[in-house]
Design a protein around this ligand. Structure first.
Ligand SMILES: [Zn+2]
Length: 174
């Protein structure tokens, strides 16, 4: 896969609701609310934003991203890392306590120009059809894109609402 093919580095995307968005950087556009992610922003702090993945239609597939345009984990400040860690922990707890998944897979690829972490759920159909673990993520993503139903789209927004509510009640920013 070439760098340009990586969706995080594209200059425009069509989200899973069919809306087209153009930007210089997707992460910056999300942070500046120039891209209205389906389900909205689930958490917004001083340095970090939590959203649903806007391209890959999977309920509970969430993205934790830095607001600042940085490339790698090592470029984050202490304060940014602290908030990022707290948000990731709360996201994981939310997905588990809301019964969406028993396990998550965290993925961060430095080839993306804007720092973000995937919080990928392990849904029952994924394991049944493909198996679990990082090596199946590509197959799962392709399947999700090709087989998305109206119900899935609704479910993604419902799950997003639940996670947003969970954060409101449980996230204690320090
Ligand atoms: Zn950016």
């Amino acid at each position: 896969m070439k760098e340009d093919d990586y969706s995080g580095n594209l200059n425009s995307v069509v989200d899973f609701l069919g809306n087209t968005w153009s930007f210089e950087c997707m992460g910056c556009a999300i942070a500046a609310k120039g891209l209205e992610v389906p389900g909205g922003i689930l958490y917004e702090g001083k340095h970090v934003v939590l959203v649903t993945d806007c391209i890959i239609p999977i309920p509970g597939f969430l993205i934790v991203q830095a607001k600042r345009h940085v490339h790698s984990f090592a470029e984050l400040s202490d304060e940014e890392r602290k908030e990022l860690g707290d948000v990731m922990a709360c996201t994981e707890r939310a997905l588990k306590e809301l019964g969406i998944t028993k396990q998550v897979t965290l993925v961060q690829e430095e080839r993306s120009k804007h720092f973000h972490v995937w919080v990928f759920p392990a849904l029952e159909w994924m394991e049944q059809k493909f198996g679990s673990g990082v090596k199946y993520l590509d197959d799962i993503i392709t399947y999700a894109k090709n087989n998305v139903t109206e119900n899935d789209r609704k479910e993604i927004v419902v799950v997003a609402g639940k996670v947003k509510e969970y954060f409101k009640n449980n996230f204690l920013a320090s």
